[in-house]
Design a binder for this molecule. Structure first.
Ligand code: SF4
Length: 333
């Protein structure tokens, strides 16, 4: 569907007066542009802006340049990332920074195909970087952008082919020299004005052209996702030295990369009679809610795939999920 108004002009007009001051927004010619954009794009995958800001500041205080980040070891990066979750992002960020520094003279390739070969960079992030770093005519279509487009034309997201929509309107979308700002303005507009729940149509400078606003049959854009919680049993071997046995072997996909005690989905009618019950508590990881039943056993022997870890040791990287277990178990000592 062709748009019959100048969207970039409207959106950029709004953006220039209302954009948030975010630490990764540096000037077009800043030498920090690639590093700051890369770091923030990795951190913002699946995470809210407000959560990311303190982590971004912590990283850029510790590593002033992409080069200094690329020279760091994985354990240090994971330690700094601790609490932000989705730790694969941190590992991929490190790998990507090494490739950019060592093989591309600390520059971002100009072709999307090449950008997408970098670890942890898919279609969305590649388009975002292409627009933000190289000012190329590319739009990263995230949830905010989808919602804005779908409301402007008052069509359900599931009925829109976004690539086609951008292609059809590309002359209009990329008619300014500010592609990078346009990408960012669209996302910002989606999160501050054309919000998922109560869009601020009354103060929106697109409302004259917006089919959603002007239609008596408005599309529904909010999807409510039911998140069910699941029950898990966690089994902790502990010893008198205040240590807990951890393993990286478990069959729970979303916890695969972590060091944990043994954890299994709770099975009805199975009593864990060799283990002592310690506590029930709730936890959430990624988008999953977990009800935890914590069991323990004092033992000097542990299965071969486990290693002892001191409960008080905090210098190395321990995921937040495991740290919570440490806190619960420490009441035994
Ligand atoms: S008028 Fe409302 S629905 Fe349309 S773009 Fe503006 S905020 Fe979104």
């Amino acid at each position: 569907m062709h748009l019959n108004f100048n969207l970039p002009k409207k959106i950029l007009g709004w953006y220039d007066n209302n954009k948030r001051s975010l630490p990764w927004r540096v000037g077009k010619n800043s030498p920090k542009k690639l590093y700051y954009r890369l770091l923030s794009e990795f951190m913002l995958q699946q995470t809210q802006v407000n959560t990311v800001i303190p982590y971004f500041k912590k990283f850029t205080k510790k590593f002033k340049t992409l080069k200094s980040l690329s020279k760091c070891n994985e354990q240090k990066i994971l330690k700094l990332w601790e609490g932000l979750g989705y730790y694969r992002r941190a590992r991929n960020l490190l790998l990507t920074s090494k490739i950019l520094v060592n093989e591309h003279h600390s520059r971002l390739p100009k072709k999307i195909k090449e950008i997408k070969t970098l670890p942890g960079i898919g279609d969305y992030t590649a388009n975002a970087l292409l627009g933000l770093v190289h000012n190329k005519p590319a739009i990263a279509v995230d949830g905010n952008v989808k919602r804005v487009f779908s409301r402007i034309i008052n069509k359900k997201e599931s009925e829109i082919n976004f690539d086609q929509f951008i292609e059809i309107n590309k002359k209009k979308f990329f008619n300014s020299k500010r592609n990078s700002d346009f990408v960012e303005a669209l996302m910002e507009f989606g999160s501050l004005i054309c919000k998922p729940k109560d869009p601020k149509c009354g103060i929106c400078n697109l409302n004259k052209h917006c089919k959603y606003f002007n239609s008596s049959k408005k599309i529904k854009t909010i999807k409510y996702k039911m998140i069910r919680s699941k029950n898990y049993d966690v089994f902790c071997y502990v010893n008198k030295k205040k240590q807990i046995a951890l393993t990286k072997k478990n069959n729970l996909g979303f916890l695969n990369e972590f060091s944990l005690p043994e954890i299994r989905e709770t099975k009805k009618n199975i009593r864990n009679k060799d283990w002592k019950f310690l506590k029930k508590y709730k936890n959430s990881i990624s988008n999953k809610k977990l009800n935890i039943n914590l069991y323990y056993k004092f033992s000097s022997k542990i299965p071969s795939s486990f290693i002892w870890h001191s409960i008080d040791k905090n210098k190395e990287f321990i995921p937040t999920f495991t740290k919570k277990i440490f806190r619960q178990v420490s009441i035994l000592f």
